[in-house]
Design a protein around this ligand. Structure first.
Ligand code: ATP
Ligand code: MG
Length: 418
C-alpha cells in the first residue's frame, strides 16, 4: 500500500518550524506496518500545492497533507485540492454553523476570513474537527484517498487518530495480500551502537522478512525489530526466534525489552524489591538522584542525596578523611568507595552510590586526566563495586550524564533489574 505525505508551509522551508507532524505520523503508520513511500514539503503557493496533490494522487493509495487549512490568505490547501480535482469551492452549511457557534461563544461575528474556512471542494467529505475550527476534509481523487489535516500539531494528531489512521488501518486489514507484523524493542546500555548492530548482524539473513533498526538516545542504544510474515503467528514466531538470538548476544547489556528508559527500569527494580538508595555525588551534581525522582513514588526508593562538590564537603558532610584524599587524590577509586559506603551508612539504605570525577574542561592529574570518573556502589550485603570510566575529549555535559547513567546501571545490575 502506497501512503504519501505532503506538508505545506513557507515556515517549513525557511528553517523556522521543524516538520514534526510527518515524523509523528510516520511512526504511527509504522506501528500499523506501513512505511511512508515518499513525503514532500512545498511552500504556500497555490499552483505548487495543486500540482503536488495531482501528481501524488495519480500514484498513491492515500495522501495525507499537513497545514494550510486556516482562515488566512496563505492557507490554500483546500482550494488546491479543488483545483486538482477540477471542482469549485462551495460553502458547507454545517461547517459554517459550527464556526458561527464557536465565534458566538467568544462574542465574535462571522467574517469574510472565517467564510474561507466554511468553503470546501465540491463533493468532498467533511468531518468534524473538535480540536479547532478548520474542518477535516477527505476526498477521493481517482483511486487515491486525499486527507487534509491542519498544521497545528495538537489538531493534526487528534484528527489523524480520529479519522486518518483508522481508515488506513481498515484498508490494510481488508487487503488479503498485506503482511502481518510483530515488533520488538530492546534497549541496551554499555555497548556502542556499532557493536550492538554487529552483534546481531546475521539476523536479517537468517530471518527473511526481519528488519533491524537502531536509535541512539545517548548513553542508551535501542534496537528495533520488525518481523513480517504472511500470518500473525508466523510473524510472532520470527520475533521470538530473533529475541532469543539478541538475548544470547547482548546479555545483561539489555536493560529492557520495552520502551522504558534506564532510570525508570532502575527505579522500578528497586521499588519492586523494596530496596532503598542514597547518593553522594560530586561532578554529577545530583543528577543520579534527579534521574530517579522523575518517577512518582521516588521516596519509596531514594532516601537521600548529598552533592559533595568540594573536598571540604566530602570530609565534613560524609566524613571522608583528609588523609585518604591526600593519599589517593579526590578523584580516585578509594574516595569513590568511601563516599558510597558513607552514604549507605548515614542514610541506612540497601545501596549507597557515589560519583567523583573530572568533568572538565579544567582539572585532572597525571594519573587521572580530565574525563576520568569513578563510580562506586556499596550494598548492605557484599563488597562495594567500583568502576573507572574514561571520557577523553568528551564535553562536560556528556561526561556528567555518562557518569550518572553508569551509577544507575550499577544499581540495575546489583538489584537484578531488567
Ligand atoms: P491555522 O488554522 O492555525 O492557520 P493551518 O492548518 O493553516 O492552521 P498552518 O497555518 O500551516 O496550519 O500551520 C499552523 C502552525 O502549525 C504553524 O505555525 C506551525 O507552527 C505548525 N506547523 C505547521 N506545519 C507543521 C508541521 N509539519 N510540523 C509541525 N508543526 C507544524
Ligand atoms: Mg495557517
Amino acid at each position: 500500500m502506497r501512503v504519501e505525505l505532503l506538508c505545506t508551509g513557507n515556515e517549513l522551508l525557511d528553517g523556522s518550524v521543524i516538520d514534526s507532524n510527518s515524523a509523528w505520523l510516520e511512526a504511527r503508520l509504522f506501528e500499523l506496518g506501513i512505511e511512508v513511500t515518499e513525503k514532500r514539503v512545498v511552500p504556500d503557493h497555490l499552483p505548487t500545492i495543486a500540482a503536488a496533490i495531482r501528481e501524488i494522487a495519480a500514484r498513491a493509495d492515500f495522501l495525507v497533507t499537513s497545514g494550510g487549512l486556516g482562515p488566512t490568505p496563505d492557507d490554500l490547501t483546500a482550494e488546491a485540492l479543488a483545483q486538482a480535482a477540477g471542482v469549485s469551492m462551495v460553502e458547507n452549511a454545517g461547517v459554517r454553523a459550527a464556526i458561527e457557534a464557536k465565534l458566538a461563544e467568544r462574542n465574535r461575528v462571522y467574517s469574510e476570513a472565517q467564510a474561507r474556512q466554511a468553503h470546501v471542494p465540491s463533493g468532498a467529505e467533511v468531518l468534524p474537527n473538535r480540536f479547532g475550527t478548520a474542518p477535516h476534509i477527505q476526498m477521493k481523487l481517482g483511486h487515491c484517498q486525499v486527507m487534509l489535516l491542519p498544521g497545528v500539531p495538537r489538531e493534526f494528531y487528534g484528527l489523524a487518530e480520529a479519522f486518518v489512521l483508522p481508515r488506513i488501518g481498515a484498508a490494510l486489514s481488508a487487503d488479503p495480500t498485506a503482511a502481518h507484523y510483530a515488533f520488538l524493542e530492546v534497549r541496551c546500555y554499555g555497548v556502542w551502537e556499532a557493536d550492538m548492530v554487529w552483534a546481531v548482524r546475521e539476523l536479517p539473513d537468517r530471518f527473511p522478512g526481519l528488519r533491524v533498526g537502531t536509535r541512539t538516545a545517548a548513553p542508551e542504544n535501542h534496537l528495533k525489530i520488525r518481523a513480517s510474515a504472511k500470518t500473525q503467528a508466523e510473524a510472532e514466531a520470527m520475533r521470538e526466534a530473533a529475541r532469543a538470538v539478541i538475548r544470547e548476544r547482548l546479555g545483561d547489556r539489555i536493560f529492557t525489552e520495552d520502551s522504558r528508559p534506564l532510570p525508570q527500569v532502575v527505579f522500578e527494580a528497586l521499588r519492586d524489591r523494596a530496596a532503598t538508595v542514597a547518593f553522594a555525588e560530586s561532578c554529577t551534581g545530583g543528577m543520579a538522584a534527579a534521574l530517579l525522582t522523575d518517577w512518582p513514588g521516588a521516596s519509596e526508593v531514594l532516601r537521600a542525596g548529598w552533592v559533595v562538590y568540594t573536598e571540604e564537603a566530602k570530609q565534613r558532610l560524609l566524613g571522608v578523611s583528609a588523609q585518604l584524599i591526600a593519599q589517593h587524590g579526590v578523584v580516585s577509586e578509594e574516595v569513590a568507595v568511601a563516599l558510597a559506603e558513607r552514604a549507605r551508612d548515614r542514610a541506612d539504605t540497601t545501596y549507597g552510590g557515589a560519583v567523583t570525577g573530572w568533568a572538565g574542561p579544567g582539572g585532572g592529574d597525571a594519573k587521572n586526566p580530565v574525563g576520568t570518573v569513578f563510580v562506586a556502589l556499596a550494598s548492605s550485603s557484599g563488597a562495594t563495586v567500583v568502576e573507572r570510566l574514561s571520557f577523553p575529549g568528551v564535553e562536560r555535559d556528556r561526561v556528567r550524564r555518562g557518569a550518572a547513567y553508569a551509577l544507575l546501571n550499577q544499581l540495575r545490575l546489583a538489584a537484578g533489574g531488567s
